[in-house]
Design a protein around this ligand. Structure first.
Ligand SMILES: [Ca+2]
Length: 247
């Protein structure tokens, strides 16, 4: 049982070498555990009085670096994105996906900071917010949104919610929204689809603006058994290390 310095050195080196894959395992388990957590968010386009820096003056597509909004500027396509979880897009479908949605400050009833479709007037406008899950098998659920009518009035509009790609609407509304200077119209819904949703409103999407879009992205199925297997493997490694250290 002579422990020479040479042996000590060898043990230390072995320990350091083994720490690296262990850390990798820990990180992997943490990442997978994170993916299994539901994510909920509200897309609020500023609450005033100062304009938010969620727009871009560079391109009508809404791409480019984010800058301070002013009435009529395009919202940034990066606003609301959460890396690895959700990608939000803002489009005006009649003109094509190359055109984004515009931002406005006050007077859509009592809302501040709304998005609207800048193309067309009340009779030929359509706006779409796409909420797309990063993981294709995650479920996106829309739970609410507010629609306001400019300028502090009441206007008719149509709302439709689809799974991404369109088809049969999962939710529909047709009717007036807004109540003068008093209040916008709050929608409380529960619409879900695997992969993501399209929230569309139009005729009018010009003098009817949206705010406070509430949604969640579900856990990705089946991370738990895999994560458990990894934890099991990690404990095995630890046991092996302890056994070797005890020698
Ligand atoms: Ca707002």
């Amino acid at each position: 049982m002579n422990r020479t310095p040479a042996i000590h050195q060898s043990i230390r080196e072995t320990t350091i070498t083994r720490a690296s894959p262990r850390r990798t395992l820990l990180l992997t388990v943490a990442l997978w555990a994170g993916l299994s957590t539901a994510h909920a968010d509200i897309l609020d386009f500023g609450s005033g009085p100062a304009a938010p820096s969620i727009c871009t003056g560079v391109l009508a597509t809404g791409e480019g670096p984010a800058s301070e909004c002013s009435n009529g500027s395009f919202v940034s396509q990066g606003y609301g994105d959460v890396a690895g979880l959700v990608d939000i897009s803002y489009v005006s479908p009649p003109v094509g996906d190359a055109i984004g949605l515009r931002w406005w400050g006050p007077d859509y009833n009592n809302l501040y900071g709304v998005l609207y479709a800048g193309n067309g007037g009340d009779s030929s406008s359509l706006a779409r917010i796409e909420i797309k899950a990063a993981a294709p098998d995650a479920v996106v659920t829309l739970t609410g949104f507010d629609l306001g009518a400019y300028s502090q009035t009441t206007r008719d509009t149509n709302v439709k919610v689809y799974a991404i790609g369109g088809g049969t609407p999962l939710y529909s509304f047709s009717g007036p929204v807004g109540n003068g200077a008093l209040s916008a119209t709050s929608f409380s819904v529960s619409v879900s689809a695997v992969g993501g949703l399209w929230l569309e409103w139009g005729n009018s999407a010009f003098n009817v603006g949206i705010d406070n879009v509430q949604y969640s992205v579900s856990s990705v199925p089946e991370p738990a058994p895999a994560a458990l297997m990894l934890v099991g493997g990690m404990m095995g490694l630890l046991a092996l290390r302890r056994r070797r250290a005890a020698r």
